[in-house]
Design a protein. Structure first.
Ligand SMILES: O=c1ccn([C@@H]2O[C@H](COP(=O)(O)OP(=O)(O)O[C@H]3O[C@H](CO)[C@H](O)[C@H](O)[C@H]3O)[C@@H](O)[C@H]2O)c(=O)[nH]1
Length: 328
């Protein structure tokens, strides 16, 4: 039996890695993407269906064509800074697209849904150990919209029996160790790719956003998780649902926090080069510390991150930055 999984945002960073992991696990990932921020070149592991989640008819057509057993939903706007400036865009796009998709799924009798959520749903909770029970107080429209979709999944679970696995990501980093796919955003806003571009001379310098946070060296602390490990958890989440198990929420991080300056220091070990730095102001919407305090994914799903060292993540990202596809 062919096991199709509809992967929205499958041409994006996390989605393309998820398609690779799904293919390796014996599924056929059907990428549904409007290519607004994704790359058709990143769709290497299954068919590409170009479409927009606002377009219910197109969605129904693709679902009817492949009859997927489950949905993995990655497609979303995901820039915290942009969401502070233009909240309407985030609420309208992320929430309406998810509602369309969830309704299309339930109308087609699909009862398994894996959702890409975020630790941005927690907001800035200084000193609180973040886990699945931590109350969510998002401080930006990106986090707010993702939290709303979590609520939506709960409600459709109650009304339609839709079972979901929600993953709240900490900071996704690294690239496929074989450099078949990797991280490429336009514009790029994320720390590690910007840092590597600065090292490679593709940008003049990396700006450190704020040195006056109440952290050990004044810069923000994040929990970086390797994208290949992250998507492995998604396959486990899908299997969980296939076994008929109930809806669950899992945090995905390593539990280790690194400051911006510590990330920069690690990159020297990988590249043997210096990062040109500018000390800048704080970026609006940034929490000081976001570190996972959860081992639930390990305990319940049996998730075992294999590339959990920050240095491995930077090394894999660096390899991807030198791949021909990255430069194109
Ligand atoms: O040029 C830069 C870019 C980032 N940073 C800092 O580096 C850290 C990491 O920033 P990223 O932009 O790489 O990641 P974020 O923590 O902002 O964002 C990540 O976590 C968010 C949740 O807060 C969302 O889930 C988002 O999609 C995800 O990429 C932050 O402290 C940020 O201030 C810099 O100092 N300079």
């Amino acid at each position: 039996m062919t096991k199709h999984v509809l992967v929205t945002g499958g041409a994006g960073y996390v989605g393309s890695h998820a398609c690779k992991a799904l293919k390796q696990a014996g599924y056929i990932p059907v990428c549904f993407d409007n290519l607004s921020t994704g790359w058709k070149e990143a769709v290497k592991f299954g068919p590409l269906e170009v479409g927009d989640l606002h377009d219910r008819a197109r969605l129904d057509e693709v679902i009817a064509k492949y009859q997927p057993l489950a949905i993995m939903h990655f497609a979303a706007l995901s820039l915290v800074g942009e969401s502070m400036k233009n909240p309407a865009k985030y609420w309208a796009t992320n929430v309406n697209c998810a509602l369309n998709l969830i309704q299309a799924a339930t109308d087609a009798g699909i009862d398994k849904f894996v959702f890409s959520s975020t630790c941005a749903t927690y907001g800035d909770q200084d000193g609180v150990v973040l886990n699945e029970q931590t109350p969510q107080f998002p401080i930006n429209a990106y986090g707010g919209s993702k939290r709303a979709i979590e609520d939506m999944l709960r409600d459709f679970g109650n009304s339609h029996g839709l079972r979901s696995v929600i993953f709240r990501y900490f900071n996704v980093a690294g690239a496929d160790p074989e450099a078949e796919v990797g991280e490429q955003h336009v514009p790029e806003t994320h720390l590690i790719p910007l840092m590597l571009d600065a090292i490679a001379g593709k940008r003049a310098a990396l700006t450190v956003f704020g040195s006056d946070y109440e952290t050990r060296d004044g810069t923000c602390i994040r929990d970086y998780v390797h994208v290949s490990d992250l998507v492995d958890a998604h396959v486990l989440g899908l299997k969980w649902l296939e076994e008929g198990k109930p809806s669950e929420v899992f945090c995905l991080g390593t539990g280790n926090g690194f400051s911006v300056r510590e990330v920069i220091a690690q990159s020297r070990n990988v590249t043997n080069r210096e990062v040109p730095i500018i000390e800048g102001d704080r970026r609006e919407g940034d929490a000081a510390v976001l570190v996972s305090g959860s081992v639930k994914a390990k305990d319940v799903l049996g998730w075992t991150p294999k590339r959990a060292e920050l240095e491995t993540m930077i090394a894999d990202a660096w390899r991807w930055h030198q791949a021909p596809e990255y430069a194109e």
